[in-house]
Design a protein around this ligand. Structure first.
Ligand SMILES: C[S@@+](CC[C@H](N)C(=O)[O-])C[C@H]1O[C@@H](n2cnc3c(N)ncnc32)[C@H](O)[C@@H]1O
Length: 280
C-alpha cells in the first residue's frame, strides 16, 4: 500500500477532519488577505465534500448534467445530499427559469446554502434533515432507511445525487430509490454517481491498483474501505445497482459512464455516472 493510501485509510476520521479544517483555515486567511477569494463560494475550511477543487468539480458536473443528462433550463431539479452547494452554485444561472431543491444531513452546509444562495434566489430551496450517518452526522436521529422525502409525488424532472450513494448503506439506498420513484415525474431523469464494481474494477481492487480500497465486505454486493467507518467510502457491485434501479422502474435508457476511481484508463469522470429515466 502506498504511503498516501496508508494515510487516507489509517488516520481516524475525526483526526482527518480536524487536520483538514486547520490546514484550510490558514489557506482561507491567506486567500482573504491576498484578495483572491472567489465571490459566492464557501471558504475552504467549510468544504467537507471531498476534493479541494470545489469550483472545478462543480463546473464539471453542471456541464455533465446539461450535456449528457439533458437537464433543461426550466426543469424542477432535486439534489439529494446537496452538501455545501458545490452543484447548486454553478446551476444558479442555468436554472433561472427552473426550480432547484436540495436536502442534506449536514447542518452547516445547508445553513451556508440558505444564507448565501436561497436568500438571494427564490427558486433555490435547501432543507436540513437530521438523518444519522456515521461519517457525516453521527448524532442524527432519523434513519435514512425510513426517510420520506419532503416533496409531493411526481414533482421533479431531474434528480441527481453526486457522491452520496458512495456514503450510504444498502437498505438506505433502497429506500431512497423508492422515494426517487415517487417524487419523479414519469420520464424524468436520474443522474447518480457510484463506486460501481464491475469485473474490471474488481480485478483492480484485488490487485491493489484501485484508488479506493473497498476491501471490507458488508454483503456480497457492498464493500467499504474504512474498517471502523464504512460510510466514509462505499462501493456496490454494478449488477446490484442495476437491479435496484429496475425494481423501481428507474432503469429507462440506462447509460453508464465509468470513472477513473479504480484506475481504469479510459474513465470519464472520477466516480461512475449512471443516467437513466423513470419508465412511464
Ligand atoms: C461527498 S459529499 C457530496 C456532497 C454533494 N453532493 C457534492 O457533490 O458536493 C456527501 C454528502 O452526502 C450527504 N449525505 C450522506 N448521507 C445522506 C443521506 N442519507 N441523505 C442525504 N444526504 C446525505 C453528506 O452530508 C454530504 O453532504
Amino acid at each position: 500500500m502506498s504511503l498516501k493510501k496508508k494515510i487516507k485509510y489509517l488516520t481516524p476520521v475525526p483526526v482527518k477532519k480536524a487536520l483538514k479544517y486547520i490546514f484550510y483555515l490558514f489557506e482561507d486567511i491567506i486567500t482573504f488577505l491576498s484578495g483572491k477569494k472567489i465571490k459566492g463560494y464557501p471558504p475552504k475550511r467549510l468544504n467537507f465534500v471531498g476534493s479541494s477543487e470545489f469550483k472545478k468539480v462543480g463546473d464539471e458536473f453542471a456541464d455533465h448534467f446539461i450535456k449528457i443528462g439533458k437537464m433543461k433550463k426550466t426543469d424542477t431539479v432535486l439534489d439529494i445530499g446537496s452538501g455545501i452547494g458545490r452543484m447548486a452554485i454553478p446551476l444558479k444561472k442555468y436554472l433561472k427559469d427552473g426550480e432547484y431543491y436540495g436536502f442534506d444531513i449536514d447542518k452547516r452546509g445547508v445553513k451556508w446554502c440558505q444564507k448565501n444562495i436561497s436568500n438571494k434566489l427564490l427558486n433555490f430551496h435547501f432543507e436540513y434533515v437530521d438523518i444519522y450517518n456515521k461519517y457525516y452526522n453521527k448524532k442524527g436521529k432519523i434513519k435514512a432507511s425510513e426517510f420520506v422525502f419532503p416533496y409531493k409525488d411526481n414533482k421533479f424532472d431531474f434528480i441527481f445525487a453526486t457522491s452520496v450513494f458512495t456514503h450510504m448503506m444498502p437498505e438506505q439506498i433502497i429506500q431512497y430509490f423508492k422515494e426517487v420513484k415517487r417524487v419523479m415525474k414519469p420520464g424524468g431523469t436520474c443522474f447518480f454517481t457510484w463506486f460501481s464494481i464491475d469485473e474490471e474494477a474488481e480485478n483492480k481492487i484485488k490487485n491493489n491498483q484501485s484508488n479506493c480500497d473497498l476491501k471490507y465486505k458488508h454483503t456480497d454486493y457492498c464493500f467499504y474501505s474504512h474498517k471502523n467507518v464504512p460510510e466514509a467510502e462505499i462501493g456496490y457491485k454494478e449488477n446490484w445497482i442495476i437491479d435496484q434501479l429496475k425494481k423501481q422502474n428507474l432503469n429507462g435508457d440506462l447509460k453508464i459512464h465509468h470513472g477513473t476511481w479504480s484506475n481504469r484508463k479510459d474513465g470519464f469522470s472520477y466516480q461512475d455516472i449512471f443516467i437513466s429515466q423513470k419508465i412511464k
